[in-house]
Design a protein around this ligand. Structure first.
Ligand code: NDP
Ligand code: HSE
Length: 443
């Protein structure tokens, strides 16, 4: 009997590819470490030897505990892009400026780019994608959405022929962590956010996470790639998690829901065959049995609903240095291999989509109201709902001394009608305070 031969792992020719790294914070430092661990394996599997030639940071003199020569660090970001010793540029510095100009320059010089910068892509992606295609080089950004979760490549490649109907996901690790900690450990909002920051999940300015702008940028990128039409971050309706209270979480559990930070991208019809999309980000109450309800902590998950494929769920660590570095490294290897063979992936020509205004959309809602507790109040409140065509599905009332808190779950209603209901409720003399308003999904 012939023995099975071991896989031929090592190749004869090893191509040197030198990397210019822009940024060495949470993600950049994790990438340097991961590349050092995986360098030989990558060389064995691909024939590419990846090395970090320069690292641009704000403070090059600062010790970072990395196994690289200190002389590699520079404050001169241009040198980490345009230097003759740079073959591929990896950007993990974040923000728009100077990242936009640096990546534009790299592409102009015909150097492939890998980036984790969703803010930049969701604002100036159209210009950068066109520059990459014109230069015939890769612009890869798997880490920009969902951390370690492979989502961009499946959407760009495996699902390129799929009639995608809807993508709904949890795409921000910080807010999912905060809501999970509040619900499961009783942690305060501030305490949970502080932990998310110290674990490296949050953006440099965590306002981007908690106000929904980080998830909004990711939703814009998902919409652009899933539908091949340019959708900028500015077109995404964003609502953050700052208004979600411990009481809302308690009530959600009583009604059989979990509060999650969701991003929704869906085809919403459109006359004459024009593409019309609805793209939004907000906290939502999901039924406990919903596939996204069990996604906890900093984990992300994206449910793609395709007309042919059916449902596909992608799940994994959505934030943090090492998981994100894994996605960056995957892109880096891809870009390096393509560079060595003279090929590149193309984004292709992006079309246009009408973005449906949020007040035209429909949802069920959870609404919390503090009211005066006396006869006729519930009838007065219910009358306002009824006159605006918002139908109540369930309600629960709790005493607050002389006052009361009533929480309602509505049937599906138009956002505009719910807005009008809330405006009128706010003017009722018997309503002391309008509390939280949270969309209810998946019913
Ligand atoms: P950090 O703030 O930890 O790191 C940023 C790095 O960029 C630092 O090394 C900083 O230098 C350097 N830098 C910033 N501005 C400049 C500048 N003008 N010139 C030179 N260097 C600069 O950010 P993260 O690592 O957390 O995030 C990086 C990118 O990755 C962002 O786009 C983020 O959205 C994205 N991302 C982050 C994830 C995460 O979990 N953290 C997950 C997915 C994506 P210095 O160290 O000297 O201050
Ligand atoms: N701040 C982001 C998050 C990092 O919490 O998801 C990953 O993109």
């Amino acid at each position: 009997m012939t023995a099975i031969r071991p896989l031929q792992r090592y190749r004869e020719a090893v191509v040197q590819i030198r990397v210019g790294l822009l940024g060495c914070g949470v993600v950049g430092a994790a990438l340097v470490r991961l590349l050092s661990e995986q360098r030989e394996v990558i060389a064995a599997r691909t024939g590419i030897d990846l090395s970090i030639a320069r690292i641009a940071v704000r403070s090059p003199e600062r010790g970072r505990g990395l196994d690289v020569d200190q002389s590699v660090f520079t404050a001169d970001a241009d040198a980490a892009v345009a230097g003759e010793d740079i073959d591929v540029v990896v950007e993990v510095m974040g923000g728009i400026d100077p990242a936009r100009a640096l990546l534009g320059r790299a592409l102009e010089l015909g150097k492939p780019v890998v980036t984790a910068n969703k803010e930049l892509l969701a604002t100036h992606g159209a210009e950068l994608f066109a520059a990459a295609d014109a230069a015939g080089v890769d612009l890869l950004f798997e880490a920009a959405v969902g951390g370690a979760v492979p989502l961009i490549r499946p959407l760009r490649e495996s699902l390129v022929g799929e009639p995608v109907e809807r993508v709904v996901g949890i795409v921000n690790g910080t807010t999912n962590y905060v809501l999970t900690q509040m619900a499961e450990t009783g942690a305060s909002y501030e305490q949970a956010l502080g932990e998310a920051q110290s674990l490296g999940y949050a953006e440099a300015d965590p306002t981007a996470d908690v106000e929904g702008h980080d998830a909004g940028a990711k939703a814009a990128i998902i919409a652009t790639i899933a539908y091949g039409a340019w959708v900028p971050a500015a077109a995404v309706a964003c609502e953050g998690i700052t208004g979600v209270t411990a009481h809302d979480m308690e009530m959600a559990a009583r009604f059989g829901y979990v509060v999650k930070p969701v991003a929704v991208v869906e085809r919403s019809g459109g006359a004459g065959g024009d593409l019309e999309l609805a793209v939004r980000v907000h906290p939502a109450m999901l039924p406990a049995r919903h596939p996204l309800a069990s996604v906890r902590g900093s984990f992300n998950a994206v449910l793609v609903e395709g007309g042919a494929a059916g449902e596909i769920m992608l799940y994994g660590r959505g934030a943090g240095g090492r998981p994100t570095a894994s996605a960056v490294l995957g892109d880096l290897v891809d870009a390096a291999v393509n560079r060595s063979t003279g090929s590149a992936g193309r984004i292709g020509k992006l079309g246009r989509a009408r973005i449906r205004p949020i007040d035209e959309l429909e949802s069920a809602f959870y609404i919390s109201l503090d009211v005066v507790d006396r006869p006729g109040v519930l009838a007065a409140v219910a009358d306002v709902f009824g006159r605006h065509r918002v139908s109540i599905r369930a309600l629960e009332q709790h005493g607050l001394g002389a006052d009361a808190r009533i929480v309602f779950i509505t049937h599906r209603a138009r956002e505009r009608d719910v807005g009008a209901t809330l405006a009128e409720l706010g003017r009722l003399e018997v309503v002391n305070e309008l509390g939280s308003v949270i969309r209810v999904m998946g019913e």
